[in-house]
Ligand binder design. Structure first.
Ligand code: C2O
Ligand code: CU
Ligand code: CU
Length: 454
């Protein structure tokens, strides 16, 4: 594919580009006929934030906040984002989980050229899927995401749902020390194991927040894992919570149960029946508190569980006629690098992706026929978790040899220790799509591949 260089910011004077900190302002280019648009001007720029009280952290922000400003659209409408790069290095935006055309997918040299410092890029696509998605760069990922370039993208359902209250909770565990200074985003020793973990866990940029929720109401909690590495083992002891959606896709509502493992890049939507005024619940990661959910007075009549959310328009794979493809996710210590070369600790089917080689996408690991039906057998040959993510298409998780699966559509499946799972999809979106582990330093040390649909 060939690309043309994007406009440089100098030519944009007439638009009155807003300064640092005021990003996220909406701009209007006029409406697209027949559909509504949701227009944003989104700036990526350095921003000092206070994660550790009394100390500043030199974060990178989208729209003047880290995690980034929330972008919202509505199912069937257009989202248009003029993205302006005010960092001093190239970047892109990838829209995680939402199905869109390849040109809007934000993968450098596959979808577009990197957006250079001072340049802008207009992302525009129709948001046909409703749900909780997110956005992040797709180059220099360990440090760009690590510094805070991650943000929620919420697409509301076309018709009103039974939810009257909602909260977005963006989880991130920052790589900072006690003074708020950044520590290494990726350490080879850790990249070869579970991934390099940060130290300071936050929700919407705050450690251990207290969130007020209206007593007696049912609140939709959109919980997004925007972290590079951590799988949060979500639990809510004593809370009455039901799962309504996994990643971008509704499920038949069911109890949260004891614990849900939310891997990097994954999302879960819960309905929580908020207890009587004054009650406090702990949202936890395993035994560790993430947030206090505090019930506050509400004058509204008590709410009841809303109906299930409407399914997104994802084509149903035909398992009878599907072709089976196997993918092994392996640890490959022997590839550990010599000087000057990137370290590759991981492989898919014996091949390691090299983030410094712009031509990797020219050698797709699989070629799918447009509109063909496929079953992927995913095998984790190692003991570490791999949240396996596919761009461009949603897939249906069928079964696993380690856990009971109620089949559901998703964009990311958390492949457990030595697990084999089967997923299925209709290859309806032409392009070259990334297929990778969302533990960022696994992805950057080999665990990525391209899948072609033509
Ligand atoms: Cu969240 Cu390749 O992406
Ligand atoms: Cu993605
Ligand atoms: Cu991994």
């Amino acid at each position: 594919m060939s690309f043309t260089r994007r406009q440089i910011l100098g030519g944009l004077v007439g638009l009155g580009v807003v300064g640092l900190g005021a990003g996220g302002a909406r701009y209007w280019l006029g409406r697209t006929r027949g559909a509504k648009t949701h227009d944003y001007e989104l700036i990526a720029a350095p921003l000092d934030v206070e994660l550790v009280p009394g100390h500043t952290t030199p974060a990178w922000a989208y729209g003047g906040q880290a995690p980034g400003v929330e972008l919202r659209s509505r199912q069937g409408d257009w989202l248009r984002v003029r993205f302006i790069n005010k960092l001093d290095e190239p970047t892109t935006i990838h829209w995680h989980g939402i199905r869109l055309p390849l040109e809007m997918d934000g993968v450098p040299y596959v979808s577009q050229l990197p957006v250079l410092p001072g340049e802008y890029f207009d992302y525009r696509f129709k948001t046909d899927d409703a749900g909780s998605f997110w956005y992040h760069p797709h180059l220099s990922s360990a440090h760009q995401l690590g510094r805070g370039l991650v943000g929620p993208l919420i697409v509301e359902e076309r018709e009103p749902t039974g939810f009257r209250h909602e909260k977005v909770l963006s989880l991130k565990t920052w790589h900072v020390d006690e003074q708020g200074a950044f520590t290494a985003f990726s350490v080879p020793r850790e990249a070869a194991r579970e991934g390099t973990r940060g130290r300071l866990t936050t929700i919407n940029g705050k450690p251990l927040p207290t969130l007020d929720l209206p007593a007696g109401q049912v609140v939709r909690l959109r919980i997004l894992n925007l972290d590079n590495t951590v799988t949060y083992r979500l639990n809510l002891p004593g809370g009455e919570a039901r799962i309504y959606s996994l990643d971008g896709h509704p499920v038949e509502p069911r109890d949260l149960g004891k614990e849900y493992w939310l891997g990097p890049g994954m999302r879960i939507e819960l309905a929580l029946k908020v207890p009587a005024e004054g009650t406090e619940l702990s949202l936890r990661n395993g035994p560790l508190r993430l947030a206090t959910l505090k019930s506050v007075a509400s004058s509204e009549a008590p709410g009841d569980w809303p109906a299930a959310l409407p399914a997104n328009p994802v084509p149903e794979p035909d398992l009878e006629k599907a072709q089976v493809l196997r993918f092994n996710f392996e640890w490959a210590a022997t590839l550990a690098s010599g000087a000057g070369r990137p370290s590759n600790y991981w492989q898919i089917n014996g091949k390691a992706w090299d983030i410094n080689d712009k031509t990797c996408a020219d050698r797709p690991i699989a070629k799918l026929k447009k509109d063909g039906h496929y079953i992927f057998e995913l095998r984790n040959m190692a003991q570490y978790l791999h949240p396996i993510h596919l761009h461009g298409m949603a897939f249906k998780v069928l079964d696993s040899d380690r856990k009971n699966i109620i089949p559901y559509f998703t964009d990311t499946y958390l492949l457990g220790k030595n697990e084999t799972a089967r997923i299925a999809l209709v290859a309806d979106n032409p392009g070259v799509w990334m297929f990778h582990c969302h533990v960022i330093d696994h992805m950057e040390t080999g665990l990525m591949a391209a899948i072609e649909v033509a």
